[in-house]
Design a protein around this ligand. Structure first.
Ligand code: NAP
Length: 294
């Protein structure tokens, strides 16, 4: 099976390419960041130019598409809703429709931020009510996908940690950099997540593909914890001074209007299907060791 993985240069894409490459033939798309080359075929394409998409798909003719490419910076989405919706909504729709026409598997990664954070934990049947632009875009993409392709699989993913191009990715990069420089990182005590390692999510996606799951699937971590407590765990594993992991309260800030307090995911359905959400500390240690090796 030839699988097109979009966003292969990203944090989740890096883990997914690594874990899928021994089972499948992988076509790995990136945009600006040429990934450290593995034994897979890489291709460059900017999906903001919608006119590139169908020629690319018709040329590659994959047997399945796992669509990870997105603008994941929530602040940038908030400030640039029109620009970011080209990738986060329009391109998704074009690719999903092409997969529907070919009757091939289409897997899309969405976010816990499609929820408002008022009634956690969130299962697959809970109603979307996004507070921020990024969440709105993902929620819109989810609905569009399922309206044109009910056979598609939408994997909702929480806050992830992992690596790309041999360095920590996502929130972890900023946290390690800031605290490593002995600067304070403000961490909310009242913002809860079910964080998860990219390698766990990658396995969950591959289970979804193998079992031909459709509809929604939540791929969260095993523990619900606050950003502040997550920071303490990072300090412990990466040997950082936790004094700089500074507690603060989301409810006291302007951000509270746009940032849900608790979007913990219930991943029971995925676990029934063989998904392992892992152990947070063990997974941070695994990540630390991999970064030492790389
Ligand atoms: N990170 C999280 O905590 C999190 C949480 C929930 C859901 N998700 C979802 O999971 C997926 C993967 O997230 P991630 O953290 O791995 O993302 P990431 O590290 O930010 O990577 C984003 C990927 O999208 C590609 N991309 C960006 N602009 C593009 C464009 N104009 N055309 C084509 N490709 C473009 C990037 O390519 P270049 O780098 O080469 O430019 C990169 O490969 C996304 O759909 C995201 O919304 C992430």
């Amino acid at each position: 099976m030839r699988i097109l993985i979009t966003g292969a240069s990203g944090m989740l894409g890096t883990a997914l390419v690594e874990m899928a490459a021994d089972k499948y033939e992988i076509l790995a798309q990136f945009n600006k960041t040429e990934p450290i080359k593995g034994a897979v075929e890489y291709l460059q394409c900017d999906f903001n130019h919608a006119e590139f998409l169908l020629p690319m798909l018709n040329r590659l003719k994959p047997d399945a598409v796992i669509h990870l490419a997105a603008i994941t910076d929530t602040n940038f989405c908030e400030e640039n809703p029109d620009f970011t919706s080209k990738l986060n909504v329009t391109a998704v729709f074009i690719i999903a429709r092409w997969c529907a026409q070919q009757s091939i598997p289409f897997i899309f990664t969405s976010t816990d931020l499609v929820f408002d954070g008022k009634n956690p934990p969130y299962s697959e049947t809970c109603e979307q009510n996004p507070l921020m632009v990024y969440g709105e875009q993902k929620a819109m993409a989810e609905k569009k996908i399922l309206s044109i392709y009910p056979g598609a699989l939408i994997c909702r993913v929480p806050l992830m940690f992992g690596y790309k191009n041999g360095k920590p990715g996502g929130f972890l990069r900023g946290l390690i950099d800031t605290i490593g420089k002995k600067e304070y990182a403000s961490q909310f005590r009242d913002e809860y997540r079910t964080p998860v390692y990219t390698r766990r999510v990658a396995k969950g996606i591959l289970i979804g593909l193998k079992k031909k799951l459709k509809g929604y699937l939540h791929l969260g971590g095993s523990q619900r914890l606050s950003r502040y407590h997550l920071g303490l765990l990072v300090c412990e594993v990466f040997d950082l001074d936790s004094v700089y992991n500074k507690p603060s309260w989301l409810k006291d800030t302007e951000l509270a209007k746009k940032r849900p307090l608790d979007v913990s995911l219930d991943s029971g359905l995925a676990i029934e299907n063989g998904y392992d959400p892992g152990d947070l500390k063990a997974d941070f240690i695994d990540l630390r060791e991999r970064l030492r090796i790389n």
